[in-house]
Ligand binder design. Structure first.
Ligand code: ADP
Ligand code: F6P
Length: 458
């Protein structure tokens, strides 16, 4: 059987029950897929070194090998903080107001893609499948081809693909997308992102596009684009739910809630997650309904992310200010309505927190998929499940249609959904949860990886 080589910017090996931190959906998914399939996970170590050497650090993980390289500080600044997180991330999340277009960022991005190609080539054997992850490496396939690699190479994008009208604001957008057509398979989280990609290829590149098969032809290149909605490692997550750690975590929240209904949010502290907007919706709820401080407790877990980037420092400051103001206005001497926690937790603990919460509030302004929504569903008690309030702008909304779907920018709608969730009869909660849980259980990360790998194998 051919080996699998996964490439991603972050290589974050899950240490099982003790794992903590804001590792994000990609790391959680790749741990699940590689544990099942085996192979090599190649990427940046997260460390900096004065002069780039390309030297690999190899380590054995749970059924697979990790191979990492260190990057120079200037590369980290221009490629990771710069082009990836100040240019592509905001643009691809529809925030062109935050997107910065600096030539050095683009040059750093191309340089690091070339360094990755150089370091990866010696690792690849004849039949290996190379599976590249996310927006950090859109041109890596083309770089690998330039070095003569003829293996099957795929790309999966974990974030949204923007509408053509937004993407054309990116300088050299044609070059970037043309480079992507050197991949054999290009995967997206949802049909919406796939359609935007195909639209761009037809309209801006004049490529020959077959919408039904997702085939894109340009010159002598042919790529297949398809939606592969990612899932969680359902089996592993349910096993974590059986642990004492999960039960104690649930008890910590339930016990300290003092009979209030717990609403939970778990997100990397990112402006795409709609965190200040949630507080606006709560503000409306508390302003229009009596005695909410005795009825509702909102727990927001938000570990800081990408702290060297100004827009992330700003969203953190905004959130802190809003939370402080809200609590100042609505607390009682012995009751605080928002618990805002800036740290990571183990996944077993997260399970317990989700289970303790009768409402899961997942309202990103834009999100590739959102695995937290799926984890919340999986963690519910089948006999007394909570209600998922989900943004219609998350990729997950295409699959989780039995959630209360909301426009996160419409505070009134979110407030109404919170009210509906607070009063939803058990029968309806059970019916909605059964439908949601079937999707989360049956479309897990193992099936997702198998599907992508089978398509890549051709
Ligand atoms: P993103 O990839 O943008 O961060 P997702 O919702 O798809 O968003 O994935 C986030 C993943 O990171 C989830 O699996 C979630 O459990 C995990 N995560 C988020 N916050 C924390 C935290 N505080 N502690 C541990 N894991 C977290
Ligand atoms: O899942 C989306 C994603 O952007 C991943 O690509 C990334 O690894 C994760 O979120 C967390 O972001 P970062 O690696 O920049 O901390």
């Amino acid at each position: 059987m051919s080996r699998l080589i996964v490439v991603s910017n972050r290589v974050s090996v899950d240490k099982g029950r003790g794992a903590t931190g804001a590792q994000g959906g990609l790391a959680v998914a790749m741990n699940g897929a590689l544990r099942q399939h085996g192979g090599i996970w190649f990427g940046w170590s997260g460390e900096e070194v004065e002069h780039f050497t390309g030297q690999l650090t190899l380590a054995r993980a749970d059924g697979f090998t990790t191979a990492t390289i260190d990057l120079e500080p200037q590369d980290v600044e221009e490629y990771y903080n710069g082009y990836a997180n100040r240019t592509l991330w905001p643009l691809f999340h529809y925030r062109i107001d935050l997107a910065e277009y600096e030539n050095e960022f683009g040059r750093g991005y191309e340089r690091v893609n070339e360094q990755f190609a150089n370091s990866l080539i010696p690792l690849v054997e004849a039949d290996d499948l190379v599976w590249v992850q996310d927006y950090h490496f859109l041109p890596l396939g083309e770089r690998l081809r330039a070095h003569g690699l003829t293996n099957r190479i795929g790309l999966f994008l974990h974030i949204p693909w923007p509408p053509t009208r937004l993407l054309v604001s990116l300088p050299f957008h044609e070059r970037l997308v043309e480079a992507m057509l050197h991949y054999d398979v290009i995967g997206f989280q949802s049909v919406e992102w796939l359609e935007s990609f195909l639209h761009y290829c037809r309209k801006e590149l004049n490529a020959e596009v077959d919408e039904d098969s997702g085939t894109v032809r340009l010159g002598d290149r042919t790529a297949t684009a398809r939606a592969f909605p990612i899932g969680i490692d359902h089996k592993e997550f349910m096993a974590l739910g059986e642990t004492g750690t999960a039960r104690r975590a649930q008890e910590r929240v339930t016990g300290s809630a003092r009979n209030r209904t717990v609403v939970i949010g778990v997100d990397r502290l990112d402006y795409s997650k709609g965190l200040p907007e949630r507080i606006d919706a709560l503000e409306r709820l508390f302003a229009t309904q009596d005695d909410m401080v005795n009825r509702l407790l909102y727990v927001q877990i938000a570990p800081p992310s990408r702290e060297d980037v100004r827009s992330y420092q700003e969203i953190r400051a905004t959130l802190e200010q809003k939370t402080g103001q809200f609590n100042g206005a609505h607390s009682d001497v012995d009751l605080v309505p928002i618990r805002y926690v800036n740290r990571g937790f183990g996944r077993a603990e997260l399970f317990g927190f989700y289970r303790a919460a009768k409402i899961g509030l997942v309202t990103p302004i834009r999100d590739g998929m959102n695995l937290v929504a799926k984890e919340y569903v999986a963690a519910q008690d089948p006999e007394d499940p909570g209600v998922l309030i989900l943004s219609r702008f998350a990729g997950a909304a295409e699959q989780l249609t039995d959630a209360l779907l909301v426009n996160p920018l419409n505070h009134e709608e979110v407030t109404r959904a919170l009210w509906t969730a607070l009063h939803m009869p058990l029968e309806e909660r059970k019916a909605r949860w059964s439908a949601l849980n079937a999707v989360v259980r049956d479309r897990d990360v193992i099936g997702w990886a198998e599907d992508f790998i089978a398509t890549l194998r051709g």
